[in-house]
Design a protein around this ligand. Structure first.
Ligand code: GLY
Length: 255
């Protein structure tokens, strides 16, 4: 059984961090409806969804992926690059302690889960504005004893590594080549987004289905033509907060 941890949309989401997008009004009610539909997609994919209550004083707290990296062997509580997001970790640690042994990224290192892409035993970490060398080195130190390699990957033009690349099928990644050089990922089949849809590289593969935004129809058609099962969800309000489908959940094997 896969577990998906989510957190309801903060009433304060209008004050979210923004790095590459202009601030736009976010319809909170609509964002919450979209988030519930996203949770339903996780359930359709076979997850047991553990939905946590909203943290209204923490605008970005719906984006739970950034505060932890859950491996089979342990969970690493991150130290997010944006200072406003660091208190989110205190709320996630007790939840994950029920599932895994915990390790913590320590000051002065920073690491956002959105920068962490795992392909089997290979972990890639984006060198973004949010994750730095010290955070990456700390992740390497806790993961290597379990047989994981940890490689830093340059990214530019986007918030996180997983804005630029995600796994969409076993051995297959979806990439925006303007933001990352996929050669850094080694032996993997690379699909490219449609160039008209620069934010389209973020999909969430779970239970053999790809949870994917409705807002990228051209790339979606390519994915379906490649034989992928796509479950399209409207996350347009969360996208205004520079969110995407991976960042709204932490998905891992139940123990
Ligand atoms: N608004 C999402 C983030 O910047 O972390």
């Amino acid at each position: 059984m896969q577990i998906a941890i989510t957190r309801a949309v903060s009433a304060g989401i209008a004050a979210c961090e923004l790095t590459h997008l202009e601030r736009q009004a976010i319809d909170l009610d609509r964002a919450r409806v979209q988030h519930r539909a996203y949770e339903e997609a996780l359930a359709r994919a076979g997850c047991r969804v553990e939905s946590l209550p909203a943290l209204d004083e923490l605008p970005d707290s719906v984006f739970v992926e950034d505060v932890a990296i859950v491996l089979d062997e342990l969970a690493v509580i991150t130290r997010p690059g944006a200072e406003s997001r660091r208190p989110e970790t205190e709320h996630m640690a007790p939840v994950l302690a029920g599932h895994r042994r915990l390790s913590f990224i320590q000051e002065p290192g920073t690491l956002d889960g959105g920068d962490v892409l795992r392909l089997g035993r290979r972990i890639f970490v984006g060198q973004s504005g949010r994750s730095d060398e010290r955070g990456i080195e700390q992740l390497r130190a806790v993961a290597w004893p379990y047989g994981y390699t940890v490689a830093a990957v340059p990214v530019s033009g986007c918030l996180h590594l997983k804005s630029a690349v995600t796994k969409v099928a076993p051995g297959v990644v979806l990439v925006n080549p303007a933001w990352i050089d996929a050669a850094a990922l080694g032996d993997v089949l690379v699909l490219h987004i449609d160039p008209d849809e620069p934010y389209a590289a973020n999909g969430l593969l779970v239970g053999g289905r790809l949870i994917y935004p409705t807002s990228f129809p051209k790339t979606r058609r390519q994915l379906e033509a490649a034989g992928l099962t796509v479950d399209a969800v409207d996350v347009s309000e969360l996208q205004k907060a520079e969110g995407a489908v991976t960042c709204c959940s932490l998905v891992f094997a139940g123990s």
